[in-house]
Design a protein around this ligand. Structure first.
Ligand SMILES: Cc1cc2nc3c(=O)[nH]c(=O)nc-3n(C[C@H](O)[C@H](O)[C@H](O)COP(=O)(O)O)c2cc1C
Length: 213
């Protein structure tokens, strides 16, 4: 099923879906594979396609991945914040509260998402130059976003998550990802969405500038 969404609406309403993922409805592999084909259309440095797309639908593996996600969340909360700018959350207090509830909902249910995806970049980026970082991250993130758009257009959704990266090495061991040569881009739960209407985001003021900073 392809939703009838105008291109601008598709771009503006592809949200991080956590509470409205249907954790009980199975997702056929061929649906994920058709979205992955669109991910592979994304631009990537020198058209080298130095990426990996690890999809998991094995229940025991998903439980172990969700456990690492929760540990990563704990690491994130407990991290040393020395040198960080003060936290300046966007949106009003009610919106922040809703987001926290949603984050905790996914935290509790991650293992129940029908499919969990870990996209990877074929490189370690620790200590890399800005050029290398930009080139490598820019060679996976457009593909991930293509995949999220493709999911949305088929009535599915995902949520961009990164706290599992605090446990990147353990995730690599679990999934057999060669850690010394690959960097994980995050953990993406995939499922059908409950309903297909999503709102545009409120991003506050525009950050656009013309002719200089
Ligand atoms: C780089 C990045 C990392 C994120 N990490 C997490 C995460 O670890 N857990 C989570 O629940 N959401 C995570 N999010 C989702 C954001 O919280 C979400 O995109 C933001 O609240 C805006 O909501 P929207 O995507 O629905 O517009 C992440 C998003 C991005 C882009």
């Amino acid at each position: 099923m392809i939703l009838e969404l105008a291109p601008d609406d598709l771009l503006a309403t592809t949200r991080s879906v956590r509470k409205r993922l249907d954790y009980d409805r199975p997702v056929p592999r061929d649906v994920v594979e058709s979205c992955a084909q669109l991910a592979f259309q994304a631009p990537n440095g020198s058209n080298q396609q130095n990426w990996g797309w690890v999809c998991v639908d094995d229940p025991a593996l998903k439980v172990a991945m969700a456990d690492l996600y929760r540990r990563g969340m704990r690491d994130h909360i407990d991290r040393d914040r020395t040198g960080e700018s003060p936290y300046n959350p966007g949106g009003d207090a009610r919106a922040q509260e809703r987001m926290s509830e949603s984050v905790m909902f996914l935290h509790d249910r991650m293992q129940d998402a029908p499919v969990l995806l870990v996209p990877t970049i074929e490189a370690r980026l620790d200590g890399a130059s800005t050029f290398t970082q930009a080139s490598r991250w820019g060679s996976i993130l457009p593909g991930v976003w293509n995949l999220m758009l493709a999911l949305r257009s088929r009535g599915l959704g995902s949520a961009w998550t990164t706290v599992s990266l605090y446990r990147e090495r353990e995730m690599a061991e679990l999934l057999g990802i060669p850690y010394d040569h690959n960097t994980q881009a995050g953990l993406f739960p995939i499922g059908y969405t409950i309903g297909t209407q999503f709102k545009r985001a409120d991003r506050g003021r525009s950050h656009l500038r013309w002719n200089g900073w």
